[in-house]
Design a protein around this ligand. Sequence first.
Ligand code: SF4
Length: 217
Amino acid sequence: MNFYRTADAEEKKIEAFVKFNLFHHEQTDKFKAQINKIDNLFYNQKQNCFYCPMGQKMTQIGTFTKKTDNQFQQTITKYQAQNCEGCPLRGACHKQAGNRIIEVNMNLRLHKQKIREKLNSEEGIKHRKQRPQDVEATFGQIKSNHNFKRLRLKGLVKVEIEVGLACLAHNIRKKAYKDVKNKENNPKSDRKPTKSSNNSTILKISKNYLEFFQKVA
Ligand code: SF4
């Protein structure tokens, strides 16, 4: 899914720093030691071939297309090792009858490589450090604590509205909680709304949201 988002961002000329699902896992020693993983094989772009853990060339033997569950068409390329007979690594490398064959979505591989480089760059590391503080806690609240795990509507506009409402509800909850806390800490301060509280986050959000509804209505 992240791949589609990244490809989409690229099309729209947005610089995206989006992690794919195995990004952290593939950087562990445990993952790197698994020679059966295609992501651990070296690819030679000039010669369009992979090298297996024994250093043997794996050459292209064909391509085919398939559709994902979301009806997204993918082109898969097949590569095969030359001779696996008697190889001491065979048990850990593959369980196929003949010489090892791998099937690779080269487009996805290319995008993953680009993302990897971006996320490991100085700027990428900065974004990765900032992200948990910025959004993860909010996602956790909305998704786990308030059980908003699936969208109920379809279509971009409807989804924007649904997510917008969830965010609006989240902000109302935050504001209400903050007000209660303020009251507990200062029980005597029963102030009337001031000019600044009229400009509070919640009012700003509501105003923006109304404008959004007017635009899409
Ligand atoms: S089993 Fe085949 S593909 Fe795997 S390392 Fe040995 S020669 Fe290479």
